[in-house]
Design a protein around this ligand. Structure first.
Ligand code: DOR
Length: 431
């Protein structure tokens, strides 16, 4: 394996609270040294002047669609899209076909990932069989096969007694339970946030309370059981408040927020663009403000993309009929850079939310640039301007609310296990 020297970048390593200009030497797949003026002989040199060098991003929430819906995405295309966005590890949700509720499916995903994906792929297995919310999966066997967490994502687990048992069992085996908190009865037919926007659009609304009541239930169940609750894609001010209060009284809870819920309000849907339809829906300006503040305060620990590819024929229909979800990997960094530009968060803290903390939530060894650590590294140009064209992206799908928008900030080089797998100017460097 070759040696790589990343020269003269601004090192942002949240794990060591390091923010300084230096070189990074990578050797034998590991971080070998960090310092000024490291010897470049015999290395592939990457000029990082004016760029940031950070631990590769870790995405706690993505949909790779394989097995079963490879027309939307597969592990190869999703893995490429991930590294093009600076993600070196992605956790894929269980709502595949078949559902990842059996170790054979977990094995299959890991096997395909080893062969096809430049990003590391970690499966999140279903909490209940078929995501039906009734019978728990064999969580221990799934964990032994490689599942890192459990979730019925996309299908809220509505039965509180089952949820309690899932949390109890997950606690015994030391795994987090990631929840898509939306009370299905309160959501009803809702396809956008309930409020002035849903009225103007004449579309059925889903109230913020549909999320918040479920977050309240699950926090209480986490408290009851001692299980590790991870709240996926937080979108309401009420959820942020409840998570903050629960954390203060010692509940084992972590939470994530998406780039879209941090930057777009429900008004983005006023043009009936189905690429603004997601679950949970885009919310009001005050919810967005609360999510941003929650991220800044660390109440929301991590940024996760909820990368959710859907094919054009599925999205190019009336709003009520379109499936919810948007692409996430390739736009995540420039989109959340908005919080750095407004001065809400420092670059170092942003990197913590994209890499170090999500890695810690899953107790991964990544998320650090410590000497001796696996070399999962991203080089970011915080100022590079580019126009995002999903047709030219790496995903098989194109459903993004940012299509055609000028982006500022880009992953320019991504290294996984010491191998340069992506370079923004040269493209994908894997077969
Ligand atoms: O927007 C979403 N899309 N939310 C979900 O919970 C599921 C996801 C998907 O699988 O498309």
């Amino acid at each position: 394996m070759g040696r790589i020297l990343i020269r003269g970048g601004r090192i942002l390593d949240p794990a060591a609270s390091r923010d300084e200009v230096a070189d990074v030497l990578i050797e034998d797949g590991k971080i070998a040294a960090i310092g000024a003026g490291l010897d470049a002989s015999g290395t592939t040199a990457i000029d990082a002047a004016g760029c940031w060098v950070a631990p590769g991003f870790v995405d706690l929430h993505t949909h790779l669609r394989e097995p079963g819906q490879e027309y939307k995405e597969d592990i190869a295309s999703g893995g490429r899209s991930a590294v093009a966005g600076g993600f070196t590890t992605v956790c894929c949700m269980a709502n595949t076909h078949p559902v990842n509720d059996d170790p054979a499916v977990t094995d299959y995903i890991l096997d395909r990932a080893r062969q096809d994906s430049p990003a590391r792929v970690l499966p999140i297995a279903a909490a209940t069989r078929g995501l039906e919310g009734r019978v728990m999966t064999e969580m221990s066997a799934l964990q032994k096969a490689g599942a890192v967490a459990f979730s019925d994502d996309g299908r809220t687990l509505m039965d509180g007694a089952v949820m309690r048992r899932v949390l109890e069992y997950a606690r015994m085996i030391g795994a987090p339970v990631s929840v898509h908190a939306e009370d299905r009865h309160l959501v009803g037919q809702g396809v956008v946030n309930e409020g002035a926007v849903s009225t103007r659009l004449g579309l059925p609304g889903s109230p913020a309370a549909a999320e918040t009541v479920l977050v309240a239930r699950d926090l209480l169940l986490a408290e009851l059981t001692g299980g590790h609750l991870h709240v996926a894609h937080v979108s309401t001010a009420g959820s942020v408040d409840l998570i903050r209060a629960a954390r203060e009284r010692g509940v084992h809870v972590t939470a994530e927020v998406t780039p879209h819920h941090l930057t777009l309000t429900d008004e983005a849907a006023l043009g009936y663009d189905t690429n603004t339809k997601m679950a949970p829906p885009l919310r009001s300006a005050s919810d967005v403000r609360a999510c941003r503040q929650g991220l800044v305060d660390g109440v929301l620990d991590a940024i996760a993309t909820d990368h959710a590819p859907h094919a054009p024929h599925e999205k190019d229909v009336e709003f009520t009929a379109a499936p919810p979800g948007v692409l996430g990997f390739e736009t995540a960094f420039p989109v959340v850079m908005d919080l750095v530009r407004t001065g809400e968060i420092t670059p170092l803290e942003l990197m913590r939310r994209l890499s170090t903390t999500p890695a810690r939530i899953l107790r991964l060894r990544s998320g650090t640039l410590a000497v001796g650590a696996e070399a999962d590294v991203v080089v970011l140009d915080p100022d590079r301007e580019w126009v995002y064209d999903p047709m030219k992206g790496w995903s098989k799908s194109h459903n993004s609310p940012w299509a055609g928008k000028t982006m500022r900030g880009r992953a320019v080089a991504t290294i996984v296990a010491g191998r340069l797998v992506y370079d923004a100017d040269r493209g994908m460097l894997v077969p």
